[in-house]
Each structure stands twice: as C-alpha cells, then as structure tokens.
Design a protein around this ligand. Structure first.
Ligand code: BGC
Length: 378
C-alpha cells in the first residue's frame, strides 16, 4: 500500500470511529465520499479485505469480500448520534465460526429447497442438505462462505463490485453461474444492492442479503418494540421444517397481517417460534423497484424503508439467535434482538410450480435490486 493510501485509510477509519462515538457535527461539505480498503486476512488461499464506503453525509458501510458480507451500516439517530443498525463483527475469525449468516450475501438459492433436490427440464438434481433434510441458503458452502473478487468501480461514488463464478455442480446446482453484486451507499442514506448473473445451463437462482437489523443500534433493545409495515396481502404458509406447503393464503385475520403498520410484538405469541415467513409482495409489475416494507424504532427515531424488484420478502425475527455470538460491544445476540427482511424469490420455488419461476436460462440476464433507505424523524 502506498504511504498516501495508508494516511487516507487511517483518516477515514478515525472519522468512522469518531462518528460512532456520537460526534454528529460534521457538515456534509467537509466529508469526502469514497471507498477505502484494509487487509482482513486470508481464506481458501485468497486475500480477504474490508471495504469502507463513506458518503457525503458521513454514513458508512463496511463490507468484506468474504461472503460479500456487510459488517456495519452506520447512520445517525434523531440526536445526530451514529451507530450501526446492522449486526456484525470486527474480525474475519468470527465469520469463519459460521454465525447464522449475519450480513451475508446468500446464493445460489437463498432460503430453503425441500428435500435438498429438484427437477428441472426432466433432469433431477441432488443438493447438499444442511438444514435437516433440506438445503438452506445455498448448501454447505454457499455464496456467504466464499471469497469474492472485489473492485472499486468509481473514485467518487461509494460503491464496490463483487464477482464470483459458481462452478457447474457446486453444491449440486447445474451450470456455471457468473454473479456480479454491486453495493452502493448514496447520499440519501440508502444502501443499494444490485444483483446480476448469467448461466450456461438452466439453474434455479435466488440471491439476497441476510443483514440482521436493529434500528436502535443496540441488541439490548428487543425488535419486538419496532413497528413494521409490509405491502403484502398474502403469504406462503410452511410445514414444520419451514418448507412452503405451496398454498398462497390471505394475511387478513392472521398474525401475519402487517398491511397496516403495527408493533412486531403485538401478535408474535400466536406464531409458533416467532415470524419466519415469506410474504407475497403486492407488486405493480414484475420488474420495477417498489417500496415494499417499512420498519421504525421510536428510541432512535430511525425508520428504514425497503425497496425491491423481487416478488417476495422473508420476515425473520431472529428466532434461532441464542446468545452464542456476541456483538462488537460485548452484548450477546439473543432471540428477537434483530430482524431480517430478506428480499427474495419464494422458498422452494424449484419444487413449487405454482410459485413465480426462479429459473435462469442461458442467454438471459438475471437482475434484481434492493434498497435499504434510512430516515430519521427528528
Ligand atoms: C431463515 C431462517 C433461518 C435464518 C438463519 C432465515 O432466512 O428463514 O429459518 O434460521 O435464515 O439461517
């Protein structure tokens, strides 16, 4: 690394730390937007790096090319204090202990595929089961456990591009799949994720990001007190192993109804284990970026809007978080200390002819986008 870049990295890192320590007084004009990278170790013989994206508002996002994982998203609260609303860790070592997908980029097929198998064009494919007899989040070594090739596409716009080629047969999936994911931090407090892919054989594909959010910035505050709206009149009910039954049911009159904003904790006791369910989004069309969900937290005054081009969203209330992992401030990450809103194709679509197709064919270009936008009510 050149001496000038070392100073630049040191400068930005001290700015990030100062921000996290509540300064809140930087004027937008003082802040230089951009991306810096630091070395974060090695995995599978490849270099792992941590990228820090800073916008003109002083928001920061840190992302590692190990698993395309977002390790923090630091934004102000209503008092101008900065903290991360995404749970993450400060070392590669913790991510190598296989935490439950904190901030990770998930593929080749996010969520579950029942019985770890599917048939496509009369060919049967067997996958690696890793969740009982089912395949979850891509299998034993999904996209969250590989090192992506990272590039910084622009000097002025805080973004990074991650590339990965998933080989024909990897985890049992057909076709060489070329994947490019771009993360951008905008000056409107938005974290934008664009997913692109191409294949040389028909394959199921479902890409998402598995960030766990706590808008208050502290895992000691339960997300059951946060308020949620989801633009979905319908959901896909599941069996006891969380595989969809194939039905598409109305949320009306059930605890799954978030069509009017309500506190997450209000009806959670009527849902066995807590929320872990796919919503069928009320889409105007199948391609445009549409606002589909909104979460707010009264302690910090933060609201997060979710926009996506995808047909579904998994709402997960961190039901299986058991305190085994501790966040960077030493607090155990326990049940309901964070929530996920994973934009996606419906779980088990490869085995559910009634669900929107998740097949990508040679010659087609896969493209999906999701935006997490933070607003502060002051
Ligand atoms: C799934 C949960 C799972 C969690 C972590 C979510 O996407 O819906 O069932 O426990 O990921 O693996």
């Amino acid at each position: 690394m050149k001496i000038t870049s070392i100073f630049l990295v040191a400068g930005i890192l001290s700015f990030v730390v100062a921000s996290c320590n509540n300064s809140g007084s930087n004027k937008s004009s003082d802040i230089k937007a951009g991306v810096t990278k630091t070395s974060w170790g090695e995995f599978d013989g490849k270099k792992v790096e941590l990228f820090t994206l800073v916008n003109h508002k002083g928001d920061t996002v840190t992302i590692t090319n190990y698993g395309g994982t977002i390790t923090s998203f630091v934004v102000p609260d209503k008092n101008g204090n900065h903290s991360s609303i995404i749970i993450g860790f400060d070392s590669l070592k913790t991510y190598l202990q296989k935490p439950p997908y904190f901030g990770a980029l998930i593929g080749r097929y996010a969520n579950r595929i029942g019985g770890a198998q599917f048939t496509l064009n009369n060919n049967e494919y067997k996958l690696n089961p890793n969740d009982g007899k089912n395949t979850l989040h891509g299998g034993l070594k999904g996209f969250d456990k590989v090192v992506w090739d990272a590039t910084i596409p622009s000097d002025s716009v805080p973004s990074i591009e991650l590339n990965y080629v998933s080989k024909d047969g990897e985890e049992g999936f057909p076709g060489n799949l070329k994947v490019m994911v771009k993360y951008t931090l905008t000056d409107d407090h938005e974290l934008k994720i664009e997913y692109n892919a191409e294949t040389d054989k028909p394959t199921p594909i479902n890409l998402t990001n598995h960030s766990y959010f706590n808008l208050s910035g502290r895992v000691t505050n339960s997300i059951l007190n946060e308020t949620l709206w989801i633009d979905a009149d319908k959901y896909t009910p599941v069996d006891s192993t969380l595989i969809p039954t194939g039905e598409i049911l109305d949320v009306k009159g059930t605890p799954f109804d978030f069509t009017s904003a309500k506190k997450i904790g209000v009806s959670i006791d009527s849902v066995k284990g807590g929320y872990d369910i796919n919503y069928v989004l009320n889409r105007k069309d199948s391609t445009s970026l549409q606002k589909v969900a909104e979460v707010s937290d009264s302690i910090s005054g933060r609201t997060m809007e979710v926009y996506t081009t995808q047909p579904g969203i998994q709402f997960y209330t961190g039901n299986f978080l058991d305190g085994k992992f501790t966040n960077r401030y030493g607090n155990p990450i326990t049940q309901h200390s964070a929530l996920c809103l994973e934009t996606q194709h419906f779980p088990d679509s490869p085995n559910k002819p009634g669900f929107p197709s998740a097949t990508l064919n040679p010659g087609e270009k896969f493209h999906q986008e999701t935006v997490y936008k933070i607003k502060v009510n002051d």
